[in-house]
Design a protein around this ligand. Structure first.
Ligand code: FES
Length: 142
């Protein structure tokens, strides 16, 4: 038979583990918003500017079948920047978070303009030209 003391200790342990798990799930449950882009003319992707979600740092992951890896579309006071989420070290897919882009392969990190902030990568991320046409964001990937 389990003692009252052991019962309370095991109950508290379960509560702590549950709270820790819920916290972990919360952090995992808030990825950046992602859209699947519609293709425009050859070599162009069309993104609706309303796809940006308030409170998510003006970042949007754009997925297209035309590229092997996603694009991170960054909206800042200078306009829009489209960064290819492929590491310039050895070509692994990158993970963007609210303030940087990192590579889980060897630890490289990039800022939201694509500049290297942590090696071993030595070169900035590839970027694609972006323009506004008829209130639509056009990313030129050709
Ligand atoms: S492939 Fe990204 S750091 Fe090596």
């Amino acid at each position: 038979m389990i003692s009252r003391r052991d019962f309370i200790i095991s109950g508290c342990t379960a509560c702590v583990l549950t709270a820790a798990g819920a916290s972990l799930l919360t952090s995992c449950a808030s990825p950046l918003p992602m859209i699947k882009s519609t293709a425009g003319h050859s070599g162009q992707l069309i993104v609706d500017p309303n796809s940006f979600v308030a409170g998510k740092g003006n970042l949007l992951v754009v997925r297209t079948k035309q590229l092997e890896y996603d694009i991170l579309l960054v909206k800042d006071p200078e306009g829009y920047h489209a960064l290819y989420l492929r590491c310039t070290h050895e070509g692994v897919g990158l993970t963007p978070v609210s303030n940087k882009i990192f590579c889980s392969a060897h630890g490289s990190a990039f800022d939201l303009k694509g500049n290297v902030i942590k090696e071993p990568a030595l070169h900035p991320l590839k970027s694609f030209p972006v323009e506004m046409v008829s209130n639509q964001i056009i990313i030129n990937i050709s």
